[in-house]
Design a protein around this ligand. Structure first.
Ligand code: AMP
Ligand code: MG
Length: 503
């Protein structure tokens, strides 16, 4: 049985590394030993000092040691591996795995939390398939910017510790500068990791992974397995902990996707290998934030059918959860029919949680603190107007968070004035009437990583000017602080934005 904490020999270096390797203690089927490929050069492009400090790392020293983050030099106590996983990509099952990433280990922080430290773009691995194992600078900076913006918005996410140039060219449609991103995650266990054990491992492997996941992410489930069954003889019965695991993942996933919807984030490639069971947003490939409100919005150039469009994200969450439930079936019940019935219950629970999170979140965005039947209509009417008049999603909610000026262009629409009266009447019916705007200001961001701003930062970075990116990151770190510059929606010539998978 796996023991996750305290039992390991801790090696603390003067760089602050305090790495453990519980994932590498799993059976061999879960990973391959893999060293990062040495690079010709290592040049620090951006280093996340705050994150380094939270991790207990010596930020000053490490900022001056880019070789650690390019893979040229492994940190003290590292034992690098590439993880095996599979995944349903656009609905189709494939064997995948870390094709261009290595996990250096799990950093134990001063407050005793555990985070994976992974290098992404560090060279080929046994899972590279046709790929070269490398990454280009701009997509790695893009991941850095958007993941850090998500963090500041309070959305669970993997984070970015550093981006380093490797001095190696990467060949895509053109020759690009190679780079490595250091990703920090509460783990890299994906729905696809369970799809992998279910397809290629034994039922025992799935059980080992499920036990590991419980211990790593939901240790409280081990102690919550007793419930009183009132339908029987009121004797406590032991609840199956794997059902509880599935339920907890459903709850986290529902909460995460509701947060995406509420802020207008489109992940773009919600394949099961890109859904972490921790409930963190992971894999910032073709993701982007919506400007004007349109539920059909798709940015990804490869998502021609709109499978991962904004409006489809909640149901894709349920679809992915169903693929997880399928992989867990043998653990849910010995009788397959009962196992399927249980799985369906948990997917229904996902929807229950999602709907509850969404409505509470939307109410909060509108300063509504109690519940009334009519609220859904108020919300849907507003969204309908935003869609009809192509209003900016973020700015509309932000504008509503302040007293509406008489000159506001919103009031030029008579339908909007009617809606406004309804909403104001609704606010006045609640005890927190006077606090509504204050609450809204704390929940409706002023600044999101708008596509045209991100592109502007990347274009400058490509020419060696990183100041635009630093300024953007500073603004994104305080998303509830108004800024005329960063709140500007794109000009119409900057619309029609397309994203690419960033390999
Ligand atoms: P993604 O689209 O980033 O979620 O990646 C899907 C799969 O492709 C994962 O197994 C990645 O490790 C792999 N992959 C992506 N880019 C590369 C690359 N340049 N070389 C090797 N494998 C890659
Ligand atoms: Mg991926």
């Amino acid at each position: 049985m796996l023991r996750l904490s305290h039992q390991y020999y801790l090696i603390m270096s003067n760089e602050g590394w305090n790495l453990e390797h519980t994932y590498a203690d799993l059976p061999k089927i879960f990973y391959r030993n893999q060293k990062p490929v040495s690079t010709p050069a290592s040049q620090m492009v951006i280093f996340n000092q705050n994150l380094a400090e939270r991790l207990g790392l010596n930020a000053k020293k490490l900022k001056a040691t880019p070789e650690i983050f390019s893979g040229a030099k492994v940190p003290q106590g590292a034992k690098s591996i590439s993880q095996a996983y599979a995944g349903y990509q656009f609905g189709h099952f494939n064997m995948l795995g870390d094709g261009r990433a290595v996990l250096l280990g799990e950093q134990i922080t001063p407050d005793n939390r555990r985070f994976d430290i992974q290098l992404k773009g560090s060279g080929p691995t046994p899972f590279s398939r046709g790929g070269d194992g490398y990454a280009a600078l701009l997509p790695m900076l893009r991941e850095y910017i958007i993941s850090e913006a998500m963090f500041s918005l309070g959305i669970p996410t993997t984070r970015s510790l550093a981006v380093v140039l490797t001095g190696k060219d990467v060949i895509r449609e053109k020759v690009l500068s190679g780079a490595v991103l250091t990703r920090v995650a509460s783990s890299h266990i994906r729905v696809g990791t369970f799809n992998y054990t279910s397809a290629f491992g034994t039922p025992e492997d799935t059980r080992i992974l499920a036990d590991y996941s419980i211990q790593r992410h939901f240790p409280e489930l081990d102690n919550q397995t007793l419930r009183v069954d009132t339908s029987q003889d009121k004797q406590p019965v032991r609840e199956n902990k794997y059902i509880l695991l599935l339920r907890e993942i459903a709850r986290q996933q529902a909460s995460l996707i509701a947060k995406w919807q509420l802020v207008g984030f489109i992940h773009g490639v919600m394949n099961t290998d890109n859904m972490a069971i921790s409930g963190e947003t992971i894999d910032f490939g073709p993701c982007a934030f919506m400007d004007s409100y349109d539920p059909d919005t798709v940015f990804s150039s490869i998502d021609t059918e709109g499978r991962y469009a904004y409006k489809n994200q909640p149901s894709i969450g349920a679809w992915n959860l169903s693929r997880l439930a399928e992989s867990l079936l043998p653990l849910l019940h010995e009788n397959k029919r009962d196992a399927i019935a249980q799985a369906n219950k948990e997917v229904a629970y996902y929807w229950e949680c999602y709907n509850a999170n969404w409505i509470v979140g939307m109410r909060t965005k509108l300063g509504i603190m109690n519940a009334e039947q009519e609220d859904t209509n108020i919300i849907m009417e507003l969204l309908g107007l935003m869609e009809k008049y192509k209003l900016d999603y973020t700015n509309t909610f932000r504008t509503l968070s302040f007293p509406i000026e008489k000159t506001s262009s919103l009031l030029e629409m008579s339908e909007f004035s009617t809606w406004l009266q309804k909403w104001e009447a609704r606010i006045s019916r609640q005890p927190q009437e006077n606090n509504a705007l204050d609450i809204m200001k704390k929940h409706n961001p002023a600044i999101i990583p708008r596509n045209h701003r991100v592109e502007e930062a990347l274009t400058a970075a490509e020419l060696g000017d990183f100041s635009v990116m630093h300024n953007l990151l500073t603004a994104l770190s305080k998303p509830f602080k108004d800024s005329e510059m960063y709140a500007q929606p794109p000009k119409s010539t900057q619309c029609g934005y397309k994203t690419f998978c960033g390999t």
